[in-house]
Design a binder for this molecule. Structure first.
Ligand code: URA
Length: 232
């Protein structure tokens, strides 16, 4: 692919804007030699204003989603895409969240531009474990773990029972719930069905991938071995 198209697809600018960046000599190799729009150069050898180029297609990001941001692209309020460089919204193929977390849910959120990978992660058939920690308004009753694990639990207005989910009680009002699917407001609706109410909710891992020391609002690109951890 020609450099001008590659850089345009990464969201740095329109074809015209990227062509201007070439003319201004802002696009170079690691030694500072100016590159030209028709050059064919390995991705890792391209610098813009001395900075390495964003990762190519096949990008996977992990973010510690803060409370108050939504996963929608067009919501009026703060959206998770606002926490990324603006050019990430202009990438082609587009970068999307892998499933969604509610505005009032924090924690591990993945993004990718790889549609096949996205479906592999969210498909209930893949059984990727998504682990949530919830604090609750009421003490747990004691029968929740058996119901959640039954594979027969029905949520209101749904026609298929939930996949078995595992509940670990951490404190009378704090629990860890592991799901292998992602239905609308699933954790909140599961606890509502057992006369409880989720007060805080955070996702702590997806597969074997955790948040590490990512602060709320921070994000980074995943290495291939970390993408593999999602499926371990
Ligand atoms: N379940 C919920 O209820 N909310 C989320 O954000 C994720 C899972």
């Amino acid at each position: 692919m020609k450099l001008v198209k590659l850089i345009g697809n990464l969201g740095y600018g329109s074809r015209k804007e990227v062509a201007l960046m070439f003319r201004e000599g802002r696009i170079t190799d690691p030694d500072g030699e100016v590159l030209y729009a028709d050059d064919q150069v390995p991705h890792e050898h391209i610098r813009i204003d001395d900075e390495p180029l964003d990762p190519p297609m096949g990008l996977v990001l992990v973010m510690n989603k803060p409370l108050g941001a939504t996963c929608s692209r067009k919501d009026q309020g703060r959206v998770v895409y606002d926490l990324l460089p603006p050019r990430y919204r202009r990438r082609d193929p587009a970068l999307s969240t892998v499933g969604r977390l509610d505005r009032d849910t924090s924690g591990l959120l993945l993004f990718t531009d790889d549609g096949t990978l996205l479906h592999r992660i969210i498909s209930p058939r893949a059984k990727v474990a998504k682990v949530y920690e919830a604090t609750l308004a009421n003490d747990l009753r004691g029968d929740e773990a058996a119901l959640f694990a039954s594979g027969t639990m029905m949520l209101e207005s749904e026609t298929d029972p939930l996949e078995p989910a595992s509940l670990e009680v951490l404190e009378p009002r704090r629990a860890r719930l592991t799901l292998t699917e992602g239905r609308y407001h699933q954790v909140r609706r599961m606890f509502a069905a057992v006369d409880n109410h989720v007060e805080t909710l955070t996702r702590i891992s997806v597969g074997q991938l955790g948040l590490g020391d990512l602060a709320p609002g921070a994000w980074r690109a995943l290495e291939p071995h970390e993408i593999a951890q999602i499926f371990e």
